[in-house]
Ligand binder design. Structure first.
Ligand SMILES: C[S@@+](CC[C@H](N)C(=O)[O-])C[C@H]1O[C@@H](n2cnc3c(N)ncnc32)[C@H](O)[C@@H]1O
Length: 267
């Protein structure tokens, strides 16, 4: 399991070229439909105002930040990884969005360069599971969010098939190779609610993307027939239900998309 004492090793991993940029291509490949559904949640749910100032923490290729930029918002994307920063900048240029989307080097746990309450929306997508100190990152992100702002995030629930399989893999790896660096983990729904509350957020809405999407665990299935069959099943699910709203399945997507508000805001 990922350990808080490995925080610097994990940060060093993500800062290095040839690491996350090699394996994170959510908009390409057979699972693009799954990652596109995360954006669909925002498209269907979020009343975006073009006047918003947005911070995209762990922006990666910039897909969420650029979505806000395409709506007219001013967006800053921060990321630890120089290759990802460059990829996000390049995509912004290609899409003619560079005036609305600035990319900087930055770390989720340390956002001191930004004044308090300076953003209307703070995003932390596909990053919770890679943060050794979620509490520190949540506190940093809460500080820069306005009291009437929105905090958008995803996490991998241990209640999901995808999360449970990933946990089996991590347990086996911790057993057979205890000195290996672990760069991901899962969370339980109650744990996320508690972590959010401790940082001064309340969860307003959450959606489950891909309850059957076990093929995202490519470590288990490789390129096998099983992998193709699992992807076909996940695609069929996504066609019928791009995401789930009902409490049971919303907590059991391969990824949960959450929308939280500061505790000080009126419900
Ligand atoms: C799995 S990718 C997700 C990227 C993007 N949010 C998306 O959904 O496509 C995680 C990104 O977070 C970055 N990252 C990892 N740890 C970070 C940290 N502590 N602070 C900021 N960025 C971090 C990685 O370099 C990577 O680009």
């Amino acid at each position: 399991m990922m350990r808080e004492e490995d925080a610097e090793r994990v940060a060093e991993y993500f800062s290095r070229p040839g690491t996350v940029a090699e394996w994170w291509h959510p908009e390409e490949g057979p699972l693009a439909f799954h990652y596109a559904a995360e954006l669909q949640v925002l498209e269907d749910t979020l009343p975006v105002d073009p006047s918003w100032q947005v911070l995209d923490v762990g922006t990666g290729p910039g897909r969420f930040g650029l979505w806000f930029a395409s709506k007219g918002c001013q967006v800053i994307g921060v990321d630890l990884n120089p290759e990802m920063q460059e990829r996000a900048r390049e995509t912004a240029r290609r899409r003619g969005l560079e005036a609305n989307f600035e990319v900087r080097a930055g770390r989720a746990e340390d956002l001191r360069e930004f004044p308090a309450a300076s953003f209307d929306a703070v995003l932390c997508m596909e990053l919770f599971d890679h943060l050794p100190d979620l509490a520190a990152a949540l506190a940093a992100m809460r500080r820069v969010l306005r009291d009437d702002g929105r905090f958008l995030f995803t996490y991998v629930p241990r209640e999901s098939l995808y999360g449970a399989l990933g946990d089996v893999y991590r347990r086996l790896r911790a057993w057979f190779a205890p000195s290996d660096l672990m760069i991901s983990r899962t969370y339980g729904f109650a744990e996320i609610e508690r972590a959010l509350a401790a940082a001064g957020f309340r969860l307003e809405q959450h959606f489950g993307v891909g309850a059957l999407c076990i093929s995202a665990q490519t470590r288990f299935f490789g390129e096998s027939v099983l992998q193709r069959a699992a992807t076909a099943l996940a695609r069929a699910e996504a066609r019928r239900w791009p995401y789930h709203r009902g409490a049971f399945l919303a907590r059991r997507g391969a990824h949960v998309v959450g929308i939280a508000r500061p505790l000080t805001s009126t419900p």
